[in-house]
Design a protein around this ligand. Sequence first.
Ligand code: SF4
Length: 429
Amino acid sequence: MAKKSLVALVKGTDIQENVTKVFDLMGGVENVIRKGSTVVLKPNAGHAEPPETSVCTNPEVVRAVIREVKKANPKRIIVAEAAAIGCDTEECFRVSGIAAVAEEEGVELKDIKRDKDLVNVAVRGYRSNIDHVLLPKFLMEADHLINLPILKAHASMVFSGALKNIKGVVQDKVHMQMHQQNLTMAMMDVWSACRADINIMDAMRAASGYSPHMPVPIETNMILGSKDPVAIDRVACEVTGIDTSCVDYFKVAKETGLGNYDLEDIEVVGNTIEESYKKMWIPYIGDMSTRWPEYDVKCEGACSSCQALLAINMEELKAVNEYDKNAGMTVVIGGKNEIPKDIPDEKIVLHGNCTKKYLKDHPNAYWILGCPPNEPALYLTVQRKEVINGMGDQEEEIIRPCMARDAAVWRDFVFKAADKYYEEHPDER
Ligand code: SF4
């Protein structure tokens, strides 16, 4: 039997108290952080969004961890991040409130994207095409890497926690390479090259809804901690009612032996899952084939990432008043579909790398690249307004300006949907 992984789970409204208790439950900060060591903290600061949105790790959680780590007398504490493609890390640090905390606490901030001192690290047993990855030397030489994710629903991964957050240690070139293949495999390969030894998860105000683009924060009031990234993510899902069979990356994490997934191999200490339970509202999980009867949706063989993206994009079409106008389109995700030859090519949108093969019979269909594809590309492609084949790599020129243009109506749509959901499920509010 696998050795049990310990996950500390602490519920409460005081962030510092929660973080201190989590370290105590993990054996005490002096025992997990070596005196005189260099400690790198990797929060999620991938987008320039303020704390109230729950897109980035809450700066007060970062502060609480810094203060806790200081008790172990480290030599150096560094807060490091490489923001999402197209985002400026320094701006993300500033807007998220993390830059101010780092300054007030007297610790260093590092933008991994601008780091020139890189080392080429081999990925043993790689499963994507990432056999080597360029990583900052300071990160590889640090004594401790503390992964500080925020718990959130995630448009392209269904759920985002500890395993996904380490994606933010690579520069844009590798990041882009990861997105153009099976992202789950690529993520696990990066983990294999750069393992955090401690994971502290900010689950104070988890991001539900259509996160990360349109999160609806909910008061979950928890901090979790573990040395095992798979175990902490599994417990985070259990405690927020996320069906883990909908999260593909667990399958790969299990196969790669990154940690324990089965609950019998995990020991939860502190509060129990039952007494901490707070359900997340994740409206994109569920049956895809019949949910939008005005469209011909083909989804055989689709991964959960593409299913989630499909749901988000179909709802976004409604939000921008384009759903009815484009009814009758055939939308294809996954690589196990039959597409009748008599469907005109201009009525077909193929979403994702594994659908490219259908271009053989439908050479003029619209095809969006990526695995998973760029998150909001589908709702734009269905409108056939700003599209060319291969869209998915045109984030800067096409996708981001459209997202900015549609953000207000999409936000309104999502928050109304959340209000309706919580009116109908008052016990989950
Ligand atoms: S493009 Fe295909 S293989 Fe990639 S995530 Fe989507 S369904 Fe899965």
